[in-house]
Design a protein around this ligand. Structure first.
Ligand code: NDP
Length: 329
């Protein structure tokens, strides 16, 4: 396993990490979650990602039970959660979501209880909240740090301007700004990581824990000939994702990319994940997996990383046509 420093912090994250979003949503008992987490940990994965909204709090509970059972040394792994969406679904009341001091403080406390830990290493604002002043967010996250409930705070899917504002507010108050951002990053979605955040990487030096490196599985090629039964896109409640992701235009490019992967002698998922890791601004790619075989395959991405040369990147850009084009006047 390779470990990367999270931005300007001293924290080291494994370049491949493990998240529980849809993965844990499908389990009725902890057995497979435990096996997947143990497989990841044994391979050197040290970062496990979660959020209050995943399975309406159940995902944190499941991970908490597994962590308690496996009883790893708490200092050997990094644990995260995120607040914003709340965990009460449609029934949520006004202060049971968002980034107000009230919700952040309460949500953090609830996450600690569900995960059965004394602190979170990383705590994210899962989305920006236009109804809360950034100063309130910065002050609250710093209170949580001072209380020892979280070690670092971060953002997820914030714009570059919002992140910079948080840094400037924090600096003015002598407080800590966000040290990590969690954006989507994969061969279909590159703008934020490669263009929008460039000034942040250059000037502030944030880490990134990128999500959906396989675009929810599209970049494995498994949807090239239809929707396999039991796959994420076949699940009830994820129609929105299927409609957005399983479209002919994308699949044609995935098929061409698969041919290129064959030419290189590697699998499509490992090529797609290794491509993400070839961006030096990626601290870790968070993997999702519902089967041990998927994890076994995806963990090989680090072996493929040395193959991602400038020429290979050019070939991938030509196939995918998703390299951001920046027009500066
Ligand atoms: P991916 O894009 O890697 O998709 C993972 C899914 O793809 C798996 O669950 C599996 O789905 C399928 N898959 C993975 N590997 C293979 C393989 N080798 N062969 C065939 N199918 C495979 O990541 P996720 O979308 O799951 O995101 C990863 C993590 O990122 C989440 O768990 C979460 O922690 C975080 N995240 C954060 C978000 C945010 O807003 N901050 C948003 C979304 C995710 P299946 O078996 O069901 O087909």
């Amino acid at each position: 396993m390779e470990y990367r420093r999270m931005g300007k912090t001293g924290l080291q994250l494994s370049a491949l990490s493990f998240g529980s979003w849809v993965t844990f949503a499908r389990q009725t008992d902890d057995h497979i979650n435990e096996r997947l987490m143990m497989q990841a940990y044994d391979a050197g994965v040290n970062f496990f990602d979660n959020a209050e909204v995943y399975s309406a709090g159940l995902s944190e509970e499941m991970m908490g039970r597994v962590l308690k059972k496996v009883n790893w040394d708490r200092s050997s792994y990094v644990l995260s959660s995120k607040a914003f969406f709340g965990w009460k679904g449609e029934a949520k009341k006004p202060n049971q979501h968002g980034l107000s001091r009230k919700h952040l403080m309460e949500a953090c406390e609830e996450a600690l209880v569900r995960l059965q830990v004394e602190y979170l290493d990383l705590y994210y604002c899962h989305r920006p909240d236009p109804n809360v002043p950034i100063e309130e967010v910065v002050r609250t996250m710093n209170t949580l740090i001072q209380q020892g409930k979280i070690f670092y705070w971060g953002t997820s899917e914030w714009s570059a301007a919002e992140i910079m504002e948080a840094h400037m507010v924090a600096k003015g108050l002598g407080l800590e700004g966000p040290s990590v951002e969690q954006p989507e990053y994969n061969l279909f979605n590159r703008m934020k990581m490669e263009v929008d955040y460039a000034p942040i990487f250059n000037n502030v030096g944030m880490g990134t824990t990128i999500w959906s490196p396989l675009a929810s599985g599209i970049l494995t090629g498994k949807y090239n000939n239809g929707i396999p039964e039991g796959s994420r896109m076949s699940l009830e409640g994820y129609e929105w994702l299927r409609d957005r992701a399983v479209v002919d235009d994308k699949l044609a490019r995935v098929k061409a990319l698969e041919e290129f992967a064959n030419e290189l002698g590697v699998s499509l998922p490992t090529l797609s994940i290794a491509w993400c890791l070839s961006n030096p601004n990626v601290t870790t790619a968070i993997l999702g997996a519902t089967k041990e075989s998927q994890l076994t395959e995806n963990l090989k991405a680090l072996e493929v990383l040395p193959l991602i040369t400038a020429e290979v990147k050019d070939r991938i850009d030509a196939i995918m046509g998703t390299k951001p084009v920046v027009i500066r006047n």
